[in-house]
Design a protein around this ligand. Structure first.
Ligand code: PLP
Length: 398
């Protein structure tokens, strides 16, 4: 991987003297993605799936091509399993609110989750009085798989779990969890917001029922997320919105839903954004997802090797086995927000501080009352940036 060349693809890195290490929040956008969206606005700006005129056909073709790219990327069986959303959060909410709940139903989720995969289930529990079992990882963020076996039963309707933690970057053994859930007839939603940008995913192999991820964390534009719903489950889910484009037949008093992804995409979808995301995926594939993951692993190792030598630094998440692209820590006596601000002021370093939308984890497991500092890398980060970051940390904590 030629990082020097890759960096040239990202205009913001040329314009601004930043060291961008907040990739778990959102990634930067390469020229190619920006250009593809401009192409839509300049050359075939029209609605999709509606007009029979040429311009609309052109936009529809580009939109469908992007969907096919995404379908192949996650190895879905059909492009009608690929549903556009605003972001990963919206995808989770569509599933939580679209399932039909009975009082005896039960949900399983975990304390490792981002709020977006935690709060929708709390709300469903409160609204429908269903059960919600929350599984706790250990201090290093690892699960005891037996805890899933213990909590699951025939009433478990869904297990909703992250593939990669946004706080400590550890991979969760979702294949084992899917197997346990399916043995009990439960469905599984995988939150791939952090894993898909670094590793991709094969939904066919993992056999999950639902998957969500966000375009903006993988070099795509903001305003586009993907929700994968296994074809045979699409009938069971009530869409969040209803309106134009989602209906097969409308009479004066009734209607019939389309039986494909359009059922969940009422109204004009994020056309430019989806086309942009398709381009972002092709870009990541051209570099190689495995290369990107290995690069992130090596940068995080460098950070870990340095920080773990310092007495006053506590790194969360244990050793680096099965961890990718993310490291969170605290310096004794230093407030995370103060540190983030001082790194920005001194060296234009952009990193995240606080609770990272994971308060249950950071408060209950890591017991960090002011949150943590998180550094997260991506394909354009280089060793020099990590060195500058570490020099700054050593000045404060060394
Ligand atoms: C693990 C995880 N899930 C869900 C989300 C929510 O993503 P979005 O804000 O794009 O909806 C995030 C965002 O940081 C995340 O890290």
């Amino acid at each position: 991987m030629n990082i020097k060349e890759i960096r040239k693809d990202f205009p913001i890195l040329r314009k601004k003297k930043i060291i961008y290490l907040d990739n778990a929040a959102t990634s930067l956008t390469p020229n190619l993605v920006i250009d593809k969206m401009i192409e839509y606005y300049k050359e075939y700006r029209s609605n999709i799936g509606r007009g029979i005129y040429e311009l609309s056909q052109l936009a529809t073709t580009e939109y469908e091509k992007a969907k096919a790219t995404i379908q192949n990327f996650i190895r879905a069986k059909s492009s009608s399993e690929i549903i556009t959303t605003k972001n990963a959060t919206e995808g989770i909410n569509i599933i939580a609110n679209g399932l039909k709940w009975k009082k005896e139903d039960n949900i399983i989720s975990t304390v490792l989750e981002h709020h977006s995969n935690y709060l929708p289930w709390i709300r469903i529990r409160n609204k429908y009085k269903v059960g919600l079992e929350i599984i706790y990882p250990d201090y290093n963020g690892k699960f005891n798989i037996n805890d899933f076996e213990d909590k699951i039963n025939e009433n478990t309707k869904i297990v909703s779990i992250t593939h990669l933690s946004n706080v400590i970057g550890n991979l969760v053994p979702i294949d084992k969890i899917v197997k346990i859930a399916h043995d009990y007839g439960a469905m599984v939603l995988i939150d791939g917001a952090q894993s898909v940008p670094h590793l991709g995913i094969n939904v066919n192999k993992i056999d999950c029922d639902f998957l969500v991820f966000s375009g903006h964390k993988m070099c795509g534009p903001t305003g586009i997320g993907i929700l994968y719903i296994k074809k045979e489950l699409q009938e069971k889910i009530e869409p969040l919105n209803i309106g134009g484009g989602s209906i097969k037949r409308v009479e004066k008093d009734n209607f019939e839903f389309l039986l494909n992804s359009n059922k969940f995409e009422a109204g004009t979808p994020p056309i430019a954004q989806l086309i942009g995301l398709g381009e972002a995926i092709k870009y990541l594939q051209s570099i190689g997802l495995e290369n990107i993951a290995n690069h992130d692993i090596s940068l995080i190792h460098k950070v870990y090797d340095c920080l773990s030598q310092i007495k006053d630094i506590e790194i969360y998440g244990g050793n680096l086995k099965n961890r990718i692209g993310i490291i969170s820590f605290n310096i004794k006596g230093v407030i995370p927000h103060d540190l983030a601000l001082s790194l920005d002021i001194s060296s234009n370093i952009c990193i995240r501080s606080g609770f990272l939308c994971a308060e249950p984890l950071i408060k209950n497991i890591f017991k960090a009352p002011n949150g943590v500092i998180r550094l997260s890398t991506y394909l354009y980060n280089n060793e020099r940036e990590i060195d500058v970051f570490l020099e700054n940390i050593l000045k404060i904590a060394g």
